[in-house]
Design a protein around this ligand. Structure first.
Ligand SMILES: *Cc1c(COP(=O)(O)O)cnc(C)c1O
Length: 369
């Protein structure tokens, strides 16, 4: 039987991509905000119903640039149940991450615990829409107004999701999306900062930050870096975007099959998608809580059957080598518990329902085939 990886990047037909990049052989314009870059930016504005979409070479540098663009200082509240990128982006901007615990229902930041972490030095919150589960955007909005804080979402998992029909990118000051190969929508590597109105020239600052601060042939206004999306990445995005809704509906079928198989198994906790949410079915996280196998045992069992699941997110950011001296995961007990129990199962558009059944059977039987 073929090996099953936790994900498989979506790609257009080879010929379709070749057709999309053909014009680059005529123009010889390979990067620096060319024709494909402009085309993708405008398609994404449309798709996300957002006024501003600034493309980047990857999601991480987009987030770093966003934190820089708002000229934040001091402390930034986030949660440790995330990918390394979120916390690194804060730290690499010279800011101090302050870890808030998550809630046990959807693994996003526990808004009830934010207020006690706010100090005079707090300038922003960076909440994560974990697995595409949408944070409590209303409550975050209230806190932001009450304490004059910026809210910049790590929406790397949430591309294409909506709540009550509103695209997730319309909340907070800005949202970062990742278009990495493993995400629901990919540009090979890539990312974007998306936001509504142009708050204090944020768009121009982001554009400067991704291109050395250059604003004209003889002007360099700010100390920027290089995080431009190239034309080949943009072309991949243009092709992949055409099939996105098809991809998401295939993912939905797979998720429903997983749910059917696993919903009544005692000790297995599934991710709930509220009726108000239009999901992108980015991940299928499963928690093992008083199950006869622990998370690591299920992981090993699948692996011995050539199926790779992912301990996502484990370890917690506050347990990383580079942070553990200053922080402790004991301060975020829910995140600590969840990170030891959770496993994301294989999920990609071309995963067959038979394979889903096979994976579930292994987990439910709890022994090697
Ligand atoms: C993927 C991801 C990122 C970083 O995105 P890249 O495009 O890989 O740089 C940041 N945060 C989260 C939660 C992610 O999953």
């Amino acid at each position: 039987m073929e090996k099953i990886q936790v994900t498989k990047s979506s790609m257009p037909e080879f010929e379709e991509y070749v057709e999309e990049i053909r014009s680059l052989w005529e123009s010889h314009w390979l990067t620096n905000m060319g024709e494909k870059h402009k085309k993708l930016e405008s398609k994404l504005k449309n798709y996300l119903e957002s006024e501003n979409v600034i493309l980047f070479s990857n999601g991480h540098l987009a987030l770093e640039a966003a934190l820089n663009a708002y000229e934040l200082q001091g402390e930034v509240i986030t949660s440790p149940f995330t990918f390394a990128s979120t916390v690194h982006a804060i730290t690499r901007n010279g800011l101090t991450p302050v870890f808030c615990d998550i809630n046990e229902e959807d693994y996003t930041i526990d808004v009830k615990q934010i207020e006690r972490l706010i100090t005079k030095k707090t300038t922003a919150i960076v909440p994560i829409h974990v697995y595409g589960n949408i944070c409590d955007v209303e409550e975050l909005d209230k806190l932001a107004r009450k304490y004059d804080l910026k809210v910049i979402y790590d929406a790397a998992h949430a591309f294409g999701t909506k709540i009550d029909g509103v695209p997730v990118s319309r909340f907070g000051n800005a949202s970062m999306f990742s278009f990495h190969a493993t995400k629901v929508f990919n540009t090979i590597e890539g990312g974007a900062i998306v936001f509504q109105n142009n708050q204090g020239q944020i768009a121009s600052r982001l554009n400067m930050l991704k291109n050395f601060g250059i604003t004209g042939p003889e002007t360099v206004e700010i100390v920027g870096g290089n995080a431009k999306m190239n034309e080949f990445q943009a072309a991949m995005g243009i092709c992949n975007l055409k099939y996105l809704s098809e991809e998401i509906s295939k993912r939905k079928k797979i998720v429903e099959r997983y749910m059917e198989n696993l919903k009544n198994v005692p000790g297995i906790i599934l991710n709930k998608i509220p009726d108000s949410v239009e999901s992108n079915y980015a991940y299928f996280p499963v928690r093992f809580d008083n199950y006869h196998l622990n998370r690591d045992e299920v992981f090993e069992l699948l692996l011995s059957n050539e199926i790779t699941a992912r301990k996502y997110f484990y370890p917690l950011a506050n347990d990383f080598e580079c942070y553990k001296e200053k922080y402790s995961s004991d301060d975020t007990p829910i995140a600590k518990k969840v990170s030891k129990q959770i496993l994301t199962l294989p999920l990609y558009a071309s995963l067959s329902l038979d394979d889903v059944d096979r994976i579930c059977k292994l987990i439910v039987k709890g022994e090697k085939e």
